[in-house]
Each structure stands twice: as structure tokens, then as C-alpha cells.
Write a protein that binds this ligand. Sequence first.
Ligand code: PEP
Length: 254
Amino acid sequence: MAKRRQFIAGNWKMNKTVSESRELAEKLRAMLDGFDAADIAVCPTFVALAAVADALRGSRIAVGAQNLYWKESGAFTGEISGPMLVAVGCRYAIVGHSERRQYFGETDETVGRRAAAALACGLHPIVCLGETLDERRKGATFDVVRRQMQGAFSGIGPEAIGRVTIAYEPVWAIGTGVNATPEQAQEVHGFLRGLLTEKYGAAAAEALRIQYGGSVKPENARDLLSQPDIDGALVGGASLKAEDFAAIVRSCRL
Ligand code: PEP
């Protein structure tokens, strides 16, 4: 059994007003009070970060952002920097989510810049990667995730690797209700750990957490989380309901 502490993060995407976000955070805090078997984070919209951080202060639930820009400040209208996220109470930042790649022109190179910027200001990046259905059907899954990893990790040295989480999120499983089977996910997670071993050595690769993301629900969480290389989950839709998210957290291996 893997010794890595599992890590469940909720990606709230572009959902919930500030007051709704605070309410959800307060519910989660009450439901998960005292739960110590996994690390937990929620990632609300930028405008709700302060309220959610305030609601969760002193709890076991950390706060993350859904993106960041790689410059610290300046004339970059509409962007948010890493130091701003740290100042508002963030511990994590998601980078390279497939929706950013699909709708906002994110590339392997820009994902790498965001990951490096997150690390430079003390954040813990959650680096998302995963193949499309077409790529899976063509048998290109391993090539795609290898290329995405090379881009995302190009600026990450051995001194910082301990603060990185990977989220393997097959695009065909995100928001579709069709999750990867535990075996399909485990196969890719094992492959990713092999790539990490080549680049950073066995000890670092063994310590790094690889989350699975894509239609994780209370009903499938336990099977997915029992795989040896699945070290948690990045949860979209189900993280918007406190009961569902709490049930997923409680499915972590002890
Ligand atoms: C996600 O967007 O990161 C995600 C995994 O979404 P869902 O759980 O809704 O598939």
C-alpha cells in the first residue's frame, strides 16, 4: 500500500457567488471537522478566495486558485499573480486545466511558466494533464501525457518537486459522467510515476501525489482511490455539493 497521504481538491470552476461560496465552505468545514486521513482543498473563483479563506481559517481545508499568471505585477489586464494569491490565503494553484487549454489558449509551454511561477512564490501547483477521446482512440495517450509533462515540468527543479501535485484528468471523463475505470487511471498514473522517476529519481517520484480527475463521485471514489498510484482526486461537479464532496473525502484510503 502506498504511503502517500491522499489529497482531495474541489475545483468549483466558474460557479457560485461570493456568498454562496462562503456558505459551501462553512458547510464543508462543519462536515469535515476532525477528519485527518487526507489533505483537502477547495478552489473557488478568484473573487470568492478571500471569503472562502476567511471561512476556512484554522480548519484542515486549504484554499487554492484555479489559475495564475506568471508575472508578479504590471500591465496585464485581467490577470492575477501568485503573490496576490498567497496574500489572500491560497496554498494551492491549479495550472493547465483542460478547460484552460481548450478555451483559453493554454499550451504546454504556458502551463510550465505558470507552474514555475506558482513554485517561485511558495504555492503548491496542481498540474493538470490528460488526453482527449480522440487521442486515446488513436493509442496516443502515453505520448500526449509525456509531452504535457515535459512542458509543465521544464522549469521545475529537484528542490521544488516536493511541492507539486499532478492531476491526471482524461478530457473525455471531465464533466461527462463517464469516469476512467480504476485500471485505466492506474495505468496512466503508473506511467507518469515512471517519467517522474527518470527525471527526479525514485524517492521524489514515490513522494509526489498524482490525483485522478474526471467524473469522480461518491459512488466511484473508493474504487479509484484504492489503486496504488492514485493519490487523491481533483473533483469538479461533485465538489459543488457539500455532502458529495465530503463523501469523496471520506473514501480516501486510511
Ligand atoms: C475537473 O474539471 O477538474 C473535473 C474533474 O470535473 P468533473 O469532476 O466534473 O468531471
